[in-house]
Design a protein around this ligand. Structure first.
Ligand code: ZN
Ligand code: ZN
Length: 256
């Protein structure tokens, strides 16, 4: 890397820092009426473009571009990396024809998530967001509950893939987050109902399986992020991987 490039990178970094500072000041001084304090746990969504709150909902903006290498980036992208080998479940990687594209979206999720007796079914498309800003999808490949079976071999080295319009997403454990950015027991993101998603292990090292969870694929206990306990989903190695029979709580919305 040349000195010039380094300088540009440093300047970019400083600019980014300056931006987040001024946003903080804005909310502290009350110059905006819609921004209230965002609890620290949401700041773990490091890949978001912005995170704000109106005291009832958290608004998370994202461009949905993964921060890790992928065989699905255009070959001209610095994060493109050819891949051959195995992927989730020991399947041999076989690339699908799609290429990662930006997907600008705003998720509106409840600040204080609550159980909802109607347990709405999860839709196709994004049902939540990972801490790197990437969409989380449910356990189906398409309409009428098509099984993921034939798609799993298309998951890249970090277990994500883009759909036909280029929206990159994870259906299963996001391996970059559980091995590089966080741990197997770390906070992985949130579903649209505001309940958090954890990796495939508990903080004591126990591997979580679907049989240990309810039909929505979660359970309630304390975590480091929520010392007084919270309902949370877990990624598991066995189906349905992230969510079972619908949202545990009332889902918010995603707008483009
Ligand atoms: Zn998919
Ligand atoms: Zn748990």
């Amino acid at each position: 890397m040349t000195l010039n490039k380094l300088t540009i990178l440093s300047l970019t970094f400083i600019t980014l820092l300056a931006c987040s500072c001024s946003k903080t000041e804005e909310s502290v001084t009350g110059t905006t009426t819609t921004s209230t304090d965002v609890p620290a746990v949401y700041k773990k969504i490091y890949g978001a473009t912005s995170i704000t709150s109106d005291g009832t909902y958290i608004y998370i903006k994202t461009n949905n571009l993964p921060d890790h290498k992928s065989a699905y980036y255009a070959t001209s992208n610095a994060l493109y990396e050819a891949y051959s080998g195995t992927t989730f479940g020991g399947n041999t990687f076989k690339k699908n024809p799609n290429t990662i594209a930006e997907y600008n979206a705003t998720l509106k999720i409840p600040l204080n998530p609550k159980v909802d007796a109607s347990h709405a079914a999860t839709p196709l498309g994004a049902i939540g967001i990972a801490i790197n800003g990437v969409a989380l999808f449910n356990q189906y490949a398409g309409p009428n509950n098509q099984a993921l079976t034939n798609e799993i071999g298309g998951f890249d080295k970090y277990y994500g893939h883009p759909q036909n319009t280029g929206v990159y997403h994870y259906h299963v454990e996001p391996l970059y987050l559980t091995t590089v950015k966080s741990t197997k027991a770390g906070l992985m993101g949130f579903l649209l109902d505001g309940f958090p998603v954890y990796g495939p292990q508990e903080e004591n090292g126990t591997t979580v399986t679907s049989s240990m969870l309810d039909v929505y694929h979660g359970h309630t206990h304390a975590t480091t992020d929520y010392p007084s306990g919270i309902y949370h989903y877990h990624f598991t190695a066995d189906a349905p991987y992230l969510n079972g029979s619908g949202f545990y709580g009332t889902p918010g919305t995603i707008t483009q």
